[in-house]
Design a protein around this ligand. Structure first.
Ligand code: CA2
Length: 149
């Protein structure tokens, strides 16, 4: 049993309400409910947060260390491409994480091709829709299992 934190960044609260051709029709509540279910099946406790504010994201990453979080699944939204503060926070706590993008960022505008997080992530999932979160959770479970053996 591990504590796993799922973080979503700016505008991901709009999932399922706009741009369904890019982000699909599931809402963030749908995604979080599916992750809580899967987390339960895998025997982990899942906490999910979304914020539009960079400082709140940094605070949650910092707190995660004190709360014994062992893995983070994060879709940083646009902070992916801008936030050195988020990179520093993730480096600071040293908690392994997977970076998730619903869309294929490499098939979009050039400014989405660079991430401040990818090189320090366990891995990245991009372009598989909201399924990417579940794949990340399964990969986190494998990663944690390896460590506990
Ligand atoms: O593909 C992803 O998951 C992104 O992280 C989404 C970010 C974008 O800035 C990244 O480049 C790629 C944007 C999130 C916006 O989410 C919306 C969802 C539904 C409707 C409108 C925006």
């Amino acid at each position: 049993m591990a504590k796993i934190l799922v973080l979503n960044g700016p505008n991901l609260n709009l999932l399922g309400t706009r741009e369904p051709e890019v982000y699909g029709s599931a809402t963030l509540a749908d995604v979080e409910a599916a992750l809580a279910r899967l987390g339960g099946e895998l025997g982990h406790s899942i906490a999910c947060f979304q914020t539009n504010a960079e400082h709140a994201m940094v605070d949650w990453v910092q707190q995660a260390k004190n709360e014994g979080v062992e893995f983070v699944v994060i879709n940083p939204g646009s902070l992916t491409h801008t936030s050195i503060a988020l990179r520093d926070a993730l480096l600071g706590v040293g908690i392994p994480f997977i970076e998730v993008h619903i869309s294929n960022v490499f098939a979009r505008e050039p400014f989405r091709h660079h991430s401040f997080l990818t090189d320090i992530a366990v891995g990245i999932i991009s372009g598989l829709g909201v399924q990417g979160y579940e794949l990340a959770l399964r990969a986190a479970d494998r990663h944690l299992g390896k460590r506990h053996k």
